[in-house]
Design a protein around this ligand. Structure first.
Ligand code: ADE
Length: 232
């Protein structure tokens, strides 16, 4: 899979993308992620990429031309799924992450300042995705959230294939509690069943914990989990 990020701050994205699991996946050739500086495409002699909004108001608007030219250059000769990170988009869910992970090529546009000239959105018709109902200063952190969640779904990225199947949200349930050494810490003991070596009992306990945790912490997820079971 190839992910191209269109941004005014490529160095900010690269720092994160070259770290930890995603950095390892890139180095192993499991995913190719490239950041493109929108400023490199401006036709403005002062290299400006933004201007004041028509109709007045505070803040600066990213101009259509550099974004459009950057997008056209990055996508030439390729079919790409185009995503624009914006608080106006549909909220990212694990289902959407799974869908995005099935594309061969994704291009992600990060907005900045007060927004992007609407005409480039009309012209290129990206899928608009939000990472939640709060407003950030730019689309870079949301793009990184999207990349991280998509990359961990790709074959070989997580060491244990099971890791992502059993985890939070994959089955619509929250993850069960996890423990590691020592068996007693500040008087708190690891649940006995986990030390028993009895795999069937362990799995049963973990399943029950997932269900009771979801019911307690995320009643919204629990309700949709229950209706899903009834539908089946
Ligand atoms: N840009 C600014 N805030 C955002 C959000 N919550 N999701 C996606 N893109 C954004």
């Amino acid at each position: 899979m190839k992910i191209d990020i269109l941004t005014l701050f490529p160095e900010m994205c690269n720092e994160v993308l070259n770290t930890s699991i995603i950095g390892r996946a890139k180095a192993a050739g499991l995913v190719d992620i490239e950041c493109h500086n929108i400023r490199d495409y401006t036709e403005d002699k002062h290299r400006h990429v933004d201007d004041t909004p028509y109709g007045g108001g505070t803040g600066m608007i990213m101009q259509a031309q550099p974004i459009y030219d950057c997008y056209m250059d990055v996508t030439k000769d390729r079919d790409c799924h185009f995503v624009y990170m914006t608080p106006q988009g549909k909220t990212l869910t694990q289902d959407k992450v799974r869908e995005l992970a099935s594309y061969e090529n994704i291009v992600v546009l990060c907005g900045h300042y007060e927004g992007v000239d609407e005409r480039v959105i009309e012209e290129l018709c990206p899928e608009e995705i939000s990472i939640g109902d709060y407003v950030l200063t730019g689309g870079e952190l949301p793009a990184l959230v999207l990349c991280d969640s998509v990359c961990r779904m790709l074959p070989g990225v997580l060491r244990n294939e099971e890791a992502f199947e059993k985890e939070s949200h994959f089955s619509g349930l929250l993850e069960y509690p996890q423990y590691t050494r020592p068996p007693v810490w500040r008087g708190r003991e690891v649940p006995e069943v986990l030390l028993s070596g009895h795999h069937q009992n362990i799995e049963k306990w973990q399943n029950e914990q997932s269900i009771s945790r979801t019911k307690e912490k995320r009643p919204d997820l629990y309700d949709s989990y229950c209706s899903h079971i009834i539908d089946k």
